[in-house]
Design a protein around this ligand. Structure first.
Ligand code: PLP
Length: 369
């Protein structure tokens, strides 16, 4: 029996033993028929995952690599970043580091980015692109991505929408073609429940064509190189072949479960977690609170705000002593919150066991404090 089911970090997420096992085999060359067969198996499955007819780029990098690719390929001059936490702020920092004229719209931690302020900002300036994070892992907020993309299309049709779907893809609906996303990216180690080290992205035809004119877009992360590689059933450079074996195995598992069923499982885990927070407050009198507003909560990560006197770092450490991994808050929220990553391949049953343990840890701490 494996120990699966005690590791609830909001990334990297726990990987099923059989998926890990699929990597234990000889490495293969990336210009041979075996790799081409593998790539031709994973490509249609990746497209179904992203709900797109466009090629899906496979990158040997973490997700941040493709965030940088988004900026380099899609932003000749000016970009606007919607910021609601650490990862959406990272998009802005990357743009600054790439030498772009970068503006940002900030909201309080725990709040979501909404179309209204975006439309106002678009009226004040011309932007090549807007960046947005769908599920902000540091605060547990799910931004209204479809509405943001629609508002952008309406008020500034030439502006590209670049989206980080790292903790939303494969956990909740992400309709790349249906919502008109110009670039959507994810990493392997979050919603997909793979080991870290791969990232995946898809560019709209429009974004791809614009990228061909983008100055200084580089080579390793150029859309042109990715697109050429997919057309040949290859990768542009030496890929992390072992991770591709895991991808192949995991995409087969995801198709066997069904994408809609996977979304529903995430929804059920999230709702169970929110209900538990309410029970802690209403039944046990411990003033826990889900940081994100009810209609803007991520299905894959919940950030729980603690009352005065309780510390996220302590809760996390005491859970670790009991064999469970959760995360303390991120950045400024480090002490005042903790986070549960109910994403990837976990089940509601495993989550129940975690929440029971967590209730007893918090009750103990509440008494001492
Ligand atoms: C984890 C995460 C990233 C960064 O991923 P890396 O794989 O560490 O580069 C970006 N965005 C979000 C929303 C994340 O959760």
């Amino acid at each position: 029996m494996s120990d699966f089911g005690k590791y609830f970090l909001p990334g990297p997420t726990e990987v099923r033993p059989e998926v890990l096992g699929s990597m234990v085999r000889p490495v293969i060359g990336h210009r041979g028929p075996e790799m081409e067969k593998l790539m031709s198996r994973v490509q249609p499955r990746l497209r179904r995952l992203f709900r797109t007819g466009r090629p899906v780029y496979v990158s040997t990098s973490s997700a941040t690599g493709l965030m940088e690719a988004a900026i380099r390929n899609c932003v000749p001059d000016r970009v606007l970043s919607l910021v609601c936490g650490a990862f959406s702020e990272r998009f802005h920092k990357i743009a600054v580091a790439c030498g772009k004229a970068a503006d940002r719209i900030d909201v309080e931690l725990g709040e979501s980015n909404e179309p209204g302020p975006l439309v106002d900002a678009l009226g004040r300036g011309d932007y090549d692109a807007v960046t947005v994070v769908h599920s902000e892992t540091s605060t547990g907020v799910l931004n209204p991505l479809a509405e943001i993309a629609a508002a952008l299309r309406e008020s500034s049709p030439e502006t590209l929408v670049l989206v980080d779907c790292v903790t939303s893809l494969a956990a909740t609906p992400v309709e790349v073609d249906g919502w008109g996303l110009d670039f959507a990216l994810t990493g392997s180690q979050k919603g997909l429940a793979l080991p870290p080290g791969l990232a995946f992205g898809v560019a709209s035809q429009h974004a791809y064509e614009r990228s061909l004119e983008a100055p200084g877009r580089g080579l390793y992360f150029s859309f042109e190189a990715f697109e050429g590689a997919v057309a040949k059933g290859q990768t542009a450079n030496t890929p992390a072949a072992s991770l591709l074996f895991a991808l192949d195995a995991q995409l087969e598992r995801i198709e066997a479960e069904g994408l809609e069923a996977r979304w529903a499982r995430h929804r059920a885990m999230a709702e169970r977690t929110w209900r538990w927070v309410d029970e802690m407050r209403e039944v046990h009198g411990i003033a826990l609170r889900v940081l994100a507003a009810e209609r803007r909560r991520s299905p894959s990560v919940t950030c729980v705000a603690l009352p005065e006197g309780l510390s996220g770092i302590d809760v996390t450490r005491r859970m670790a002593e009991r064999g469970y991994t959760i995360a303390a808050g991120y950045g400024k929220l480090r002490e005042s919150t903790f986070r549960i990553g109910h994403m990837g391949d976990h089940t509601v049953e495993e989550l129940e066991a975690l929440l029971d343990e967590l209730a007893s840890v918090i009750a103990e701490q509440g008494q001492r404090g």
